[in-house]
Design a protein around this ligand. Sequence first.
Ligand code: PMP
Ligand code: GLN
Length: 379
Amino acid sequence: AHPVYAGMGLTIFEYMSGLCRDGSRVNLGQGFPDDFGPAELRDAAARALSERSSQYPPMAGVPELREGVAAFYGRTQGLPLAAENVIVTSGATEALTAAILALVSAGDEVLLFAPSYDLYAPMVRRAGGVPVFVPLRPPHWRYLREEIEARITPRTRALILNDPLNPTGSVASEAELAMLAEICLSRDLVAICDEVWEAVRFDGKVHRSLLAFPGMESRTVKIGSAGKLFGLTGWKIGWMVAAPALAAVLGRAHQFLTFTTMPATQYAVAEGLAVADLMAARLAGWAATRDHLNGLLAEAGFAALPGPATWFTCIDLAASGIALDDATFSERAVREALVATIPISAFLEQGERTAIVRLCHCKDMVTLSEGVSRLEEFR
Ligand code: PMP
Ligand code: GLN
């Protein structure tokens, strides 16, 4: 197991990818495509690097990208936004940290839905807040009003919603979103919405943000990432979208975390956001890798859970006839089958175990075949 320091263990993603870096293992763990990313955007960044300044850009991001993000959400999600709503960050990771540091004070309770992305609870605690977990249950991971309301107290300040949800690939329904918005309004909560997977959905539906619900404009932080829109995870271009007054507050935290983000990649992402075909081509590629992985898993007798979004497919070990918990399976698979996977318990409180393991599908078809055949032999 990995070492723990000051309540924060090494993330499972780095632990697994670290074991894979010498090429000895198949990495179906950490979510990243195994291609280089779209050539159009890499060329645009190279052009910006040689033709434009590499000095500090404005703290809130280059105007082209702030305007580009606003226009992108206007076009794709019908959100009436302008540049002043957008603060560019070094990935969604920084956006989440900035939002938590800006909005959570000592003693504030923050509702998290479990499973939840691994940075939320440690960063809420570091901000002096108290994470309060609302369980979601397989196979559909529904948001239940009673479960949420039972955990709200006078100290509840915020909720963090990750929709579509990593690791499950599930998506909140319109009725669930309306219920969550209603709770935020009636209980005076701020919504920190991690929507990095908004464009990686295979059900053909348009993403809906809590930001789009009446009354939520002033209390929602919508977080996105070019890493997921374009499959450029190493670039670390993300953003926070909020009403101008709230965006100003978020900017105060951002200024002391990174202050600014590399300008060349900002210009390139701004160019990419204007080209609808680029994202559509990416999504079509990922639909193919997803179908390929799901087909291989079915053939090999692994029971996959439903999930219409993200780069991930979850398998149910018990339903696949494997009598191991998720952490034991993933640890043995990476050591014995030489395949990295992610146990869902990495998204739960320490010590909780499940029988569900996450596999990343946005890989070369040969890599997927090799990974599943090793897992099949190992099981
Ligand atoms: N939130 C979620 C739910 C994620 O899955 C990820 C990355 N996979 C992030 C945040 C971090 O995004 P970024 O790489 O842009 O920092
Ligand atoms: N979000 C990615 C995943 O779920 C990992 C990002 C990271 O390593 N922090 O695989």
